[in-house]
Design a protein around this ligand. Sequence first.
Ligand SMILES: [Zn+2]
Length: 208
Amino acid sequence: MTETAAGQRNAAWDELADREDRIRSLRHLADDELRAKLLDTLREEEAAVGHWLDAGDCFVMSGAGSVHLPICPSMSAFIDRGKAWAPYLDDLERVRDWHGSDNVPPMPALLTRADVEAMSAYKACPVCAPALDHRDKRAGAKGWTVLKAGSLDRRHLGTAFSLPDGSEIGALAKITTVHTLAGTDFRAEFDGLGSPITGPATELMYRN
Ligand SMILES: [Zn+2]
């Protein structure tokens, strides 16, 4: 994404920051006027989300800490602003009730790839399966990244790994995944280990 596109995207996003207060201040409007203002807000939100989607570098963080692609079905209630606003447009008293904390639909938490990879821990959604560096990234000891053997791919070839207890198993030399009717045969071979690791759930770690 170019700097200008990022600037536009961030400016559009910042403009939405005070929307909750702005909408509370409209509570005395008649239904038709209020609905018209809400539709304006909805369009601003659509434009702001659109800037992110157009940039292509867009991931969505769920409240549960999973990272999704914007196309994930589980995120559509946040990404599709028409869908997000529908229950509020149908119930204007919900919008007017400024004592509650739910007078506007939540915006999706959008992140760039760099934002995601900078997090010390995240889970990649298994449904939309974003191509991130980890499926399940957890904070290891300082300076270490922990991952499951099943998350290894060719980018990790040549990287020196250790087991969580700190014992070194050498560089990753070969990964094979064979799918048969009987199941999946997984093998990760390390040059410091006599026999391959065959459990995809085995935890490994490497230095950042
Ligand atoms: Zn997903």
